[in-house]
Design a protein around this ligand. Structure first.
Ligand SMILES: Cc1cc2nc3c(=O)[nH]c(=O)nc-3n(C[C@H](O)[C@H](O)[C@H](O)COP(=O)(O)O)c2cc1C
Length: 324
């Protein structure tokens, strides 16, 4: 997969509740080479759950997407991976297996980062999924489970032996959730230990960070999650920085609000009139703008595109008044 990642160096991370088609479309437009779906439950798919299947829909104009599956039963994972491959065909770039999510409701079922505690089962899942599909299979995991107990190097080797075509490493322990900072040294140690491509992840928020993580770890691709929230421009900045070109200037207030409006419309195309999901994105787009603090309560009552537009109009007026 080295060739693949030479063409796809900047990835939008899987983010449950965030990396839907609307957000993916905006990040791709700004320069993300590939985006991940939100994590998709293998169990949910096996029940033909419509809500779960909707997570696999592509954005208009989205050529390919990477799909992330979670679960812990090798047979179920393999069967659903095969179903995804059949259903998505060419639009599937590759399948990733979530072994990094630390959320209580996920790990309590043995899914996500709980698999780092049982590398034999994790390897069995990779083997089963690999045997069931033609597409490349990758694994995303963390530095380790328990704080201070770095297991990612051994884990990465085991995933490679089981057939993983690449690994994505978030340099925090599962127990850390998002606390502290990501240790890029852990990613470098994984890179030195495996032959497959390594995707570096954790705390990349600027173009300079994308260059720094690449230099520090030797990673083949960079994955960005929170740095893209309310900030799809991070991909344009990272793309320029990685190419050794000057980074585009940060977006103006007008550009931020215009992006927020488009985001709301894309969500409405997908979800219909009720786009409460937009609330968190709106908060991110307007963070730090004049008037943002008072607009928060109003955003929390918004439901439709019109509701959001009314708040964005006010923020724009407030910013213009502020600039005078
Ligand atoms: C809101 C949110 C949802 C996430 N959902 C997923 C997910 O579905 N699958 C996954 O592997 N990681 C998920 N993550 C973790 C990110 O993909 C990423 O590994 C982590 O946030 C570190 O990268 P960052 O510092 O760029 O945010 C999520 C993170 C956030 C903030």
């Amino acid at each position: 997969m080295f060739d693949f990642f030479r063409q796809h160096r900047l990835l939008l991370a899987p983010m449950a509740g965030v990396s839907d088609e609307a957000f993916r479309a905006l990040c791709r437009e700004q320069g993300a080479d590939l985006a991940f779906t939100e994590m998709v439950s293998a169990k949910g798919l096996s029940y033909a759950n419509e809500k779960t299947r909707h997570l696999l829909r592509l954005a208009p104009g989205e050529d390919q997407v990477a799909v992330q599956l979670f679960g812990h039963e090798p047979d179920t994972m393999a069967a659903q991976a095969a179903w995804i491959e059949e259903a998505m065909g060419e639009s599937l770039a590759y399948l990733d297996i979530n072994m990094g999510c630390p959320a209580r409701k996920i790990v309590s079922k043995g899914d996500g980062s709980a698999l780092m505690k049982g590398p034999e089962l994790a390897a069995a899942i990779v083997r089963a999924v690999r045997a069931a599909v033609e597409h490349p299979v990758t694994v995303k995991f963390r530095r380790g489970w328990a704080e201070g107990d770095e297991t990612c190097v051994d884990f990465a080797r085991r995933m490679e032996d089981a057939g993983a075509c690449a690994v994505a490493v978030h340099g925090r322990y599962a127990e850390q959730l998002h606390r502290g900072s990501a240790d890029w040294g852990a990613i470098a140690r994984v890179k030195a230990a495996v032959g497959v491509p390594v995707i570096g992840n954790g705390d990349v928020r600027t173009g300079a960070d994308a260059v720094a993580i690449t230099r520090r770890t030797g990673c083949d691709a960079v994955m960005i999650a929170r740095g893209a929230e309310g900030n799809p421009w991070v991909f344009a900045q990272a793309k320029a920085a990685l190419a050794g070109e000057p980074e585009p200037a940060p977006p103006s207030v007008e550009a931020r609000l215009a992006m927020a409006r488009r985001h709301a419309r894309l969500l409405a195309e997908r979800e219909g009139k009720n786009i409460v999901r937009m609330r968190k994105h709106a908060m991110w787009y307007m963070a730090g703008l004049p008037g943002a603090a008072t607009a928060r309560a109003r955003i929390n009552a918004c439901v439709s595109v019109e509701d959001f537009d009314a708040v964005f109009d006010e923020l724009l007026a407030c910013a213009q008044a502020h600039a005078e």
